[in-house]
Design a protein around this ligand. Structure first.
Ligand SMILES: Nc1ncnc2c1ncn2[C@@H]1O[C@H](COP(=O)(O)OS(=O)(=O)O)[C@@H](OP(=O)(O)O)[C@H]1O
Ligand SMILES: [Mg+2]
Length: 353
């Protein structure tokens, strides 16, 4: 049996089911947005997806720790939001009964739901197994009907071993043109699940596949030259520096406009060869990137043949707890481009000193 086969299967089905919940919440317009202490939004979709994924992990891997983005403290007193999360969970089931059974079935009651959400409080670290979970990455994208991702990775002794991304608003077709737009002028079927196991490549498949048994291998492309490359970046200007990124693109002779896309959908997109470079340059020196915002995507890009480092050229270090405190930013690119891109990043940042 391939390594981590059960982990990959459970993670893929759990992400598929959680993604379904987020789509239902979006379409039924019961997003129930609150603001967290850092003023970022959290919705019924975030809480529901976290509960469903953690319940599936705890059923299948009861000894594993979980580093999840959300906690249940604000749900303890807010009965309105709590019951809406519970309603969303109750009405979300995979159409395959056997897949539901593999995940351990639904959550039994509201108390079990709160307990599942709270179980994401692990501090991570350098030893043993833990899962890094972002139930909705790009919550702002989710709220505006754009790109977002349900993200789950297994980290063992500091190495990312399994990564899964559910991207409901990206086209299924790996060859579709690279865009964050979902207006569907090209009539694409949407909803893709990216996955990777370390040393065993990366795949994509339709999120709508009943039993998720049709993964196709994906590969980063190597454009003939930097002038032909396409790069992507965050939508939010306070998450990464659009100005520095534009200066780097200019230095590299990149002429195509950047593709701005919310969430780890950027990692999935470059891994399938839709774009060639992802730049995330820090805006603030004090912000520490969260491990759940990167773990799954970093593995998927690396397994698709890309190179991914921080802005100093260092590998991202997932042993440091809930954040990537030893790293700043992201420079991800096709193998033949990474060294030149990194050099330009350093020149632009040095010139600012
Ligand atoms: N200051 C700052 N700098 C860098 N990153 C930050 C910052 N603040 C928040 N975040 C995290 O960014 C996550 C969203 O990822 P993206 O920037 O790729 O998408 S977006 O365009 O902003 O939507 C977003 O993830 P979610 O909270 O899960 O949506 C945040 O964890
Ligand atoms: Mg999130």
């Amino acid at each position: 049996m391939a390594p981590y086969a059960k982990e990959l299967r459970v993670a893929s089905l759990a992400v598929q089911r959680a993604t379904l919940l987020t789509q239902r919440v979006f379409h039924e317009k019961v997003k129930g947005t609150e603001l967290k202490s850092d003023k970022s939004p959290v919705t019924i979709g975030d809480y529901g997806a976290q509960a469903l994924i953690i319940a599936a992990i705890r059923h299948n891997f009861p000894d594993d720790a979980i580093v999840g983005e959300e906690d249940s403290s604000s749900l303890q007193d807010n009965t309105d939001i709590r019951s809406q999360v519970w309603n969303a969970i109750k009405s979300t089931r995979l159409s395959s009964e056997s897949a539901e059974k593999e995940l351990g079935g639904s959550i039994k009651n509201e108390q079990a739901m709160l307990a599942a959400i709270s179980a994401g409080s692990s501090t991570g670290g350098s030893k043993g197994r833990f899962w890094a979970l972002d139930p909705i990455d790009g919550t702002k994208g989710f709220l505006r009907g754009g790109q977002y991702a349900v993200c789950l990775a297994l980290i063992v002794d500091g190495e990312i071993e399994v990564g899964v991304l559910g991207c409901p608003n990206l086209p299924v077709d790996d060859q579709a043109s690279f865009s964050a737009d979902i207006s569907d002028a090209e009539g694409h079927q949407r909803g893709v699940l990216f996955a990777a196991v370390r040393g065993h490549g990366a795949t994509s498949q339709a999120l709508s596949d009943d039993d998720l048994k049709q993964p196709k291998a994906i590969q980063m492309k190597s454009p003939p030259s930097l002038a032909d490359a396409t790069f992507c970046e965050s939508v939010e200007a306070d998450h990464s520096s659009h100005g520095d990124q534009a200066a780097i693109a200019n230095k590299l002779g990149i002429t195509k406009p950047s593709v701005r896309m919310d969430s780890q959908s950027k990692y999935g997109s470059i891994a399938r060869g839709a774009g060639d470079i992802y730049l995330r340059l820090p805006v603030s020196q004090s912000y520490e990137e969260k491990i759940w915002d990167h773990a799954a995507g970093v593995l998927i890009v690396a397994e698709a043949g890309g190179i991914i480092t921080d802005i100093k050229g260092k590998k991202h270090d997932f042993t440091q707890g809930r954040t990537l405190k030893k790293n700043k930013g992201v420079v991800a690119a096709a193998k033949n481009l990474h060294a030149d891109v990194l050099k330009a990043v350093q020149e632009v940042l040095d010139a600012k000193q």
